[in-house]
Design a protein around this ligand. Structure first.
Ligand code: AMP
Length: 284
């Protein structure tokens, strides 16, 4: 595995691979890798000839009160994990390389960035869209893989790629979970033992709502209430939002008649966890 830190070296590598007719698949990450990331890497391997994984903790997607400085990092461990997955390139640029001094250009995906996490983290998706556009311009992948755990991020990136006529296939990957249902996340490392136990309430609540939906309940108020009830049973949980919205536009819905996203964000101490479930009628 090659480790590339320099933007022009990354460009050169991609150019050579593309000239040789190889299909490059990119997996953007912020590092501190877990099995969820590695599943994306394996999916990338299955979808292309060359796999590039980027590790970049992107400052512009963190707000002033967010955990940028504290975000967990362990480059040596990440490097070993990616080496074992036969990744071709680990792209690990510095902040200065990605944001040259005086940078003033950003990508804003307007409507999709506003609800859900966008409403509590203003500017977050502007940072995400900007860095992903940069990574696409540098690594020039044929395809890129993103996890459905960050469902809104996936939608924002799909929209950006379409709106800016980017020649990149955007591939979504299902949520990878721990045995008890907790969605894997680098931020799970922040959880104390008791918070870790309590954190399973997100997926438990979503499962209960899904079961109710499958039994015929379509009203947003009822489905949201089931999740809320589950979350409120955990004194360590501070609910940020529970929302039912259209799975494409992310606009709130009152009832499910087209595919809908049931999404939750909950804080446990300094850990902010998100999870979601897409609910759709059979054949829908
Ligand atoms: P991050 O390092 O948290 O920015 O995540 C990098 C990529 O991995 C993003 O596309 C995430 O959506 C994806 N990802 C993180 N956790 C999971 C998970 N549990 N299941 C599926 N994808 C994930």
């Amino acid at each position: 595995m090659q480790i590339i830190e320099d933007v022009s070296d990354m460009r050169q590598w991609s150019k050579t691979q593309r000239r040789a007719g190889r299909r490059i698949v990119l997996v953007p990450t912020m590092g501190f890798l877990h099995e969820g990331h590695l599943c994306l890497v394996r999916a990338a391997r299955a979808r292309g000839d060359r796999v590039v994984v980027s590790i970049f903790v992107n400052p512009t997607q963190f707000g002033p009160g967010d955990d940028f400085a504290a975000y967990p990092r362990d480059f040596e461990r990440d490097r070993r994990l990616l080496e074992a997955e036969n990744v071709d390139v680990l792209f690990h640029p510095s902040v200065r390389q990605i944001y040259p001094p005086g940078a003033q250009t950003f990508v804003e995906v307007e409507q999709l960035s506003l609800p859900l996490c966008g409403s509590v983290r203003p500017g977050h998706f502007r940072g995400v869209a900007t860095v992903v556009a940069k990574l696409f311009n540098i690594a020039r992948p044929d395809a890129a893989i993103f996890g459905a755990k960050d469902y809104q991020q996936l939608q924002v990136i799909r929209r950006m790629a379409c709106d800016l006529n980017m020649d990149v296939e955007i591939i979504g990957h299902p949520i990878v979970r721990e045995a008890d249902g907790l969605a894997m996340s680098s931020r799970n490392a922040y959880l104390s033992a008791s918070e870790r136990q309590a954190a399973v309430c997100l997926s438990r609540g979503l499962c209960k709502a899904e079961r109710l939906f499958k039994r015929g309940e379509s009203a947003a108020a009822r489905l949201i209430d089931v999740v809320m009830t589950e979350l409120r049973r955990e004194p360590l949980a501070t609910v940020e939002y529970v929302k039912l919205c259209d799975a494409e536009t992310l606009a709130d819905v009152d009832a499910i008649d087209a595919p809908a996203l049931l999404a939750v964000a909950v804080r446990f101490g300094r850990a902010r966890l998100i999870d979601n479930r897409v609910l759709k009628h059979q054949g829908g």
